[in-house]
Design a protein around this ligand. Structure first.
Ligand SMILES: Cc1cc2nc3c(=O)[nH]c(=O)nc-3n(C[C@H](O)[C@H](O)[C@H](O)COP(=O)(O)O)c2cc1C
Ligand code: SF4
Ligand code: SF4
Length: 300
C-alpha cells in the first residue's frame, strides 16, 4: 500500500548540479504521487526553514568519502525533533563501493542525535565531477538512469520500505581521514586563479554555495571558506578560473551535465554487463546493472 505525505522536506547540497537534479526529480515524482513537498538548498550554517516535516529527505554529493562539511553544519543547527522519519541519499561519482560505503555514517549519526529516525539510505551515482571522468558511455547512461532510480526510491519511501546499509570498516577509516578535505578545500579555494580574460560578470560570486567569492574591482576574490565544490571553475561562462594548486582535481575538458545528457555516445550497442570499464568504475557498472535488471535495458 502506498502512503501519501503532506509535509515532506527535501533538503540538498549541490556543487555542480548532479544532486540538485536528483532532488528536483524527487520533488516531481513525489508530487505526481500526490504528496506535498518543500525543498531547501543547503549552503552553509543554519536551516532557513525549521518548520516540522515528515519525512525529511536529505541529499548530498560524496566529498572525500563523506558528506560536505556544510551538510554536517546544517544538521548540527537543526532543532530537536521527536522521531521524525528521514532518508539519507548520497550522490557519488564512483558508486557504493570501497572507499565510499561509509559516506552516510556521519550524517545519519548527527540526524539521530537530533531525534530523527533514519529508515532509508541509498547511493545514487552521477557522472564524476573530479579528477577523471568515467569512461564513455557510463556518464550518458548515468543520466538516463537517474529517473529510474528516483522512481524506485520514491516507491520504496511511499510503501514504507526500510533500507539500511552495512558500511565496510575500512571505509569508516577512509571517511575519518576524508574529513581533512574540509581544511584542504579551504586552502585550495583561496588559491583559485583568475585569468586575464575574466569579464567581471559576477556569475561565480552569485553562484558560489559557500558565499566565498566577492567581486572587488570587477574581479573575483576568494575567501577562506571554499567547500571544494568546483562549481565556479566549471560554471564560469568565460572559463576564466583555474586551480592554483592540485590542478589534477579538475577535469580538463570541463563538466556540464546538460551536455552529457544531450550527447549520446557513438559506441556500438553493448549491454551494460559487457562494457569494459576498468577497475575504478566497477561500482558504476554494478549500479547501472542493478537498475537495468529491474526496469529497462540500459544498453545504448
Ligand atoms: C572535492 C570532491 C570530492 C569528491 N569525493 C568523492 C568521493 O570520495 N567518492 C566519489 O565517488 N565521488 C567523489 N566526488 C564526486 C562527486 O561526489 C560526484 O561527482 C557528485 O555527482 C557531485 O555532485 P554535485 O554535482 O551535486 O556537486 C568528489 C567530488 C569533489 C568535488
Ligand atoms: S564567472 Fe568567470 S568571467 Fe565571470 S567574474 Fe567569475 S571568473 Fe570572471
Ligand atoms: S569558491 Fe568555487 S569551488 Fe569554492 S565553494 Fe565557491 S564555487 Fe565552490
Amino acid at each position: 500500500m502506498m502512503n501519501t505525505y503532506s509535509n515532506i522536506k527535501i533538503a540538498y547540497y549541490s556543487g555542480t548540479g548532479g544532486t540538485e537534479l536528483a532532488a528536483k526529480s524527487f520533488q516531481r515524482h513525489l508530487e505526481t504521487a500526490g504528496c506535498t513537498c518543500t525543498i531547501e538548498t543547503i549552503t552553509d550554517g543554519i536551516s532557513k526553514n525549521q518548520s516540522n516535516c515528515d519525512p525529511l529527505i536529505l541529499l548530498f554529493p560524496v566529498h572525500a568519502f563523506n558528506a560536505p562539511d556544510a551538510v554536517y553544519k546544517w544538521i548540527d543547527a537543526l532543532d530537536m525533533v521527536n522521531q521524525t522519519s528521514a532518508a539519507v541519499i548520497s550522490v557519488s561519482g564512483a558508486g557504493d563501493v570501497c572507499p565510499n560505503t561509509a559516506c552516510r555514517v556521519g550524517s545519519i549519526k548527527r540526524l539521530t542525535k537530533k531525534g530523527y529516525h533514519v529508515l532509508y539510505e541509498r547511493m545514487i551515482v552521477m557522472p564524476s565531477n573530479w579528477v577523471a571522468p568515467a569512461p564513455s558511455p557510463l556518464p550518458y547512461l548515468l543520466m538516463q538512469a537517474l529517473p529510474i532510480v528516483i522512481d524506485q526510491i520514491t516507491s520504496d519511501l511511499l510503501s514504507g520500505v526500510c533500507r539500511k546499509a552495512k558500511p565496510l570498516w575500512i571505509d569508516r577509516i577512509f571517511s575519518a581521514i576524508g574529513k581533512l578535505e574540509t581544511a584542504g578545500g579551504h586552502y585550495w579555494g583561496k588559491r583559485i586563479q583568475v585569468m586575464e580574460h575574466c569579464t567581471g560578470c559576477g556569475w561565480c560570486a552569485n553562484h558560489c554555495p559557500a558565499g566565498n567569492i566577492t567581486m572587488a574591482n570587477v574581479k573575483p576574490t576568494f575567501g577562506d571558506g571554499c567547500h571544494f565544490c568546483l562549481k565556479c571553475i566549471y560554471g564560469c561562462p568565460s572559463k576564466a578560473l583555474q586551480p592554483g594548486t592540485c590542478k589534477f582535481v579538475v577535469i580538463p575538458e570541463g563538466y556540464c551535465l546538460q551536455d552529457i545528457a544531450q550527447q549520446p555516445p557513438q559506441n556500438p550497442q553493448v549491454p551494460v554487463k559487457d562494457l569494459k570499464v576498468g577497475f575504478f568504475w566497477l561500482g558504476v557498472k554494478k549500479y547501472l546493472m542493478s537498475l537495468s535488471d529491474n526496469q529497462r535495458d540500459l544498453s545504448l
